[in-house]
Structures are given as C-alpha cells and as structure tokens.
Ligand binder design. Structure first.
Ligand SMILES: [Ca+2]
Ligand SMILES: [Ca+2]
Length: 254
C-alpha cells in the first residue's frame, strides 16, 4: 500500500481522474439526516400536592403539557434530548435544521395558553432534570406565570427558538414543524452547541412549555420517543457539510 505521492505518475493521475472525482462528487452531497429524540424524553414537573419538582412520564408514549391529575396537581413541560452527531472538527457544520413533533390532542380548553419552543444548554448526559424530587431545584421545568414567572424564560443558557409553536388553532392529530424563523433559530442553536466539534456526542435539549399557567386541568398532548408509532417520535431533520474524507482515503492506491 502506498499513500500520497508528491509526483504521481501519469498512470496514477489517470486513476485519480477516473476514480476519485466521482467519489468527491458523492461525498459533497447534503442529504437530509434525522436525529430522533432519545427515550430519555420526559416531563419536568411541579406537583402542588407534594410541593416538589420532579421528572415525570419518563416511559410514557405521550406527555401532557399544561396541568393534569386531580385538581391539576401536575404542572408539566416536555423536554427532548438529541445527541449531537459527529460531523468532523469543523465550525458551524449544520446548513439547515427543523424540528417536528406529533400533536395528538387536548383536554379541556387550552385557549388561554400556547406552547413555546426552547433550546436548553447542552449536557453530557441525556437525563431530563430534576431526576430526583426537589422542593428548590426546578431543573428543566418552566411554565409561564408559574409562581410569578414571566411568560418567556430568560434563564441564562436557555434560548427561545419559536414563540407559540403550538396553539389551540392548530388541528389535533397533526405533525407540527418549526416555522422558517424557528428553524433558523434552531440552526444557530445546533451550530453553537456543536462548538467546532467540542460538542460531538453531547446532548442538546428541546423544551416545549406552556407560556401561561392554566387555572385547572387543561393540556396539550404530544407523542414522545416512547410512542409505539415511530412516525410520531420527535425529530430534528438537518443537512450538514459532510466531513472531508480522512487522509489517504482518496489518494491512496496500490
Ligand atoms: Ca421517554
Ligand atoms: Ca408564547
């Protein structure tokens, strides 16, 4: 096996012309790729009965966003982990991105609140927080109007990606995808999380949460990554600059 030659022979130059150029044309394509949410997706929640924050609905096929349970005791958001792919040691490899989830229905009137989409700070573990019940650590939980909180989460490291991605005007039983503006925000969020390759293998988290707190039981229901119908799983679809082939791959020959 010989590798790169400083002066390739005419014969080998012809080999490169015949074999390598088609290879390069293939590897520079920008086909769509999909990242499915991990089944670690869950509902960070606050329970009025125990006065605790905790992680709920870890293995449920659907998650209710708003208030559910007797008297609406559980205040729930939904957080979905996605693992950052290996696209090489490059800056800003993502060229386009969108997020899609399945909206299966509602219970009671949800006219008083909408769902907003956020990106949370990346972490090295897929777990939604708080993993253990706590009276003080809200973890990934957020709900507009809860305990006097503003409609918009302005926590450092949290990025609002799309306002009102789900409202009572959207048909139940449909897939919902980020708008053009929301997709652009998601693209920036993913490229920032990629961090020139430092973020490879880490987890980014998309959160859907109510922008106002319902007075009682009322919620939107969304399919999780545990749903039996894989078409309903939350997903990020992206295109990216593919990494260059490793040295020796294109210009090696026997
Ligand atoms: Ca889950
Ligand atoms: Ca909103």
């Amino acid at each position: 096996m010989e590798f790169i030659r400083t002066r390739p022979s005419t014969r080998n130059m012809l080999w490169i012309a015949c074999c390598c150029i088609p290879t390069l044309m293939i590897t520079t394509g920008t086909a769509e790729e999909t990242i499915i949410a991990d089944t670690a997706d869950a509902a960070p929640a606050y329970d009025t009965q125990t006065d605790q924050f905790s992680r709920q609905r870890l293995g449920d096929a659907t998650i209710n966003l708003g208030r559910q349970g007797p008297g609406g005791r559980f205040h729930q958001a939904m957080v979905m982990p996605f693992q950052v792919p290996d696209l090489g040691k490059v800056e800003n490899p993502f060229l386009s991105a969108s997020f899609t989830f399945y909206f299966s229905g509602t219970v009671n009137s949800v006219a008083g609140f909408n769902l907003d989409l956020y990106g949370l700070a990346p972490r090295t573990d897929a777990a939604v927080l708080p993993a253990s019940p706590s009276t003080t650590d809200r973890g990934d939980f957020y709900m507009g109007g809860f305990d006097g909180w503003p409609a918009v989460d302005e926590t450092e490291g949290v990025v609002k990606l799309q306002d009102n991605i789900l409202t009572s005007a959207i048909d139940e039983g449909s897939h919902v995808t980020t708008s053009t503006a929301g997709s652009a925000e998601l693209l920036d969020y993913l490229n920032a999380a990629y961090d020139g390759g430092e973020g490879i293998g880490e987890w980014v988290f998309l959160r859907l949460n109510a922008d106002a707190t319902p007075g009682g039981v009322a919620y939107y229901t969304i399919a999780s990554a545990d749903h039996s119908n894989t078409n309903y799983h939350p997903r990020i679809v992206y295109t990216a600059d593919p990494p260059l082939p490793p040295p020796g791959t294109v210009f090696s020959f026997q």
